[in-house]
Design a protein around this ligand. Structure first.
Ligand SMILES: [Zn+2]
Ligand SMILES: [Zn+2]
Length: 373
């Protein structure tokens, strides 16, 4: 094995450098992942332009690879051996606190970089920390005893497994947080990788009507939304979205609204409140806005709307996402539109931000691929 590991490191706002790190000594309870695919999402685009702190960070929090080296205790504890292909969650919990004991390690303080400067989370943790390799934009990644990993089923390629994160979020937000199920009517706002993943989750759960909104530049995404199970699509720039939703639902409105828009301001939430059924609709929001002027709280109360926030995924959602990918029931491979090599990390993130290559849905970094021509 090489002595040095090459990684793309975020060194400042919108700045990436290739750097070498020493190959870590793997302890008995740790392992080393040879990274095959590091998926990139909208959060990366935000963290890249406005890093939350100045330390160098190896980004990449949606990681798939093969175990290159595993300590004896790691193998015993995880039931995994060298050569196994795994998906690594970005959370690294303490497994001592009440959240971790409840299986909700995503809420653990030990992995929450927002409140804990010493938190460990793949793609967010400073590369100055011991073992350095805390992100997927790297040839190798370090796996401590408390990393959370999932075996990728046979028949699921590394690239397809790169979709576990958006799909597991789709399952978590639509089915667990919102409660979409049999015969539900759902409005999904935003046909990006996240919105399309919600389409699949809702369809699989038995939703009777799935409506997806987007804008005029989303023509290709609308086609894919239909191929994945959407019943209707609405271009909010060409049509009055609320009128269309009411037409499509026979004047009733929908049971659920899932906001998967990016940078659309207050409009999706306002539409959601109006598009929900007369009483007890459920809306899941991502809360990108720091403040919401003139929020119509009265309307929310009068319609008895439950407003929930979406926050990542659970262990079970990841397992369900892997099962869904293994079933090949939906043409999910069509979501994986673009790949880049390590040297093109900057371009890859900019593509997700909408500044790079056009018409990207899910973008992945392949650390071992040659740089694009
Ligand atoms: Zn992400
Ligand atoms: Zn914990």
């Amino acid at each position: 094995m090489a002595e040095q590991v090459v990684a793309a490191v975020r060194t400042g706002p919108g700045k990436t450098e290739l750097r070498e790190f020493p190959m870590p000594d793997v302890p008995d309870d740790g392992a080393l992942l040879k990274v095959e695919v590091a998926g990139i999402c909208g959060t990366d685009a935000k963290m890249y332009t406005k890093p939350p702190f100045a330390d160098p960070v190896i980004m990449g929090h949606e990681n798939v690879g093969v175990i290159a080296k595993a300590g004896r205790a790691f193998s015993e504890r995880k039931g995994l051996v060298e050569g196994d292909r795994i998906f690594v969650e970005h959370y690294v919990g303490c497994f001592r606190c009440e959240w971790c004991h409840a299986g909700e390690y995503r809420h653990c303080e030990a992995t929450d970089w927002r409140t804990n400067p010493d938190a460990r989370r793949y793609g967010y943790t400073s590369a100055d920390n011991p073992y350095h390799l805390w992100g997927g934009f790297s040839q190798y990644m370090y796996l401590p005893w408390n990393s959370v990993v999932h075996k990728v089923p046979d028949g699921v390629s590394a690239e397809l497994a790169g979709l576990v994160t958006p799909l597991s979020n789709g399952i978590e937000w639509a089915l667990v947080a919102a409660g979409v199920g049999y015969a539900s009517t759902v409005l999904i706002q935003g046909p990006g990788q996240q919105g399309l993943s919600q389409v699949v989750a809702c369809k699989q759960a038995g939703a009777s009507q799935i409506i997806v909104t987007g804008t005029t530049r989303d023509a290709t995404r609308f086609e894919l939304a239909k191929a994945l199970g959407a019943d209707a699509v609405i271009d909010v720039l060409q049509e009055d979205a609320l009128t269309r939703v009411m037409e499509l639902t026979g004047g009733k409105g929908v049971d659920f609204v899932l906001d998967c828009t990016a940078g659309a301001g207050t409009a999706p939430v306002l539409l959601g409140i109006d598009a929900l059924k007369r009483r007890e609709g459920v809306m899941v929001v991502q809360g990108e806005l720091a403040a919401f002027p003139d929020f119509p709280l009265k309307k929310l109360t009068e319609k008895s709307i439950a407003l929930k926030s979406a926050r990542g995924h659970s262990y079970r959602s990841c397992e369900l996402a892997l099962e869904q990918l293994a079933s090949h029931r939906f043409p999910l491979e069509r979501l994986a539109t673009h790949t880049f090599g390590l040297a093109d990390a900057d371009k890859a993130i900019r593509t997700v931000a909408g500044e790079g290559v056009k018409d990207a849905l899910h973008v992945s970094l392949l650390p071992w691929a040659e740089a694009a021509a």
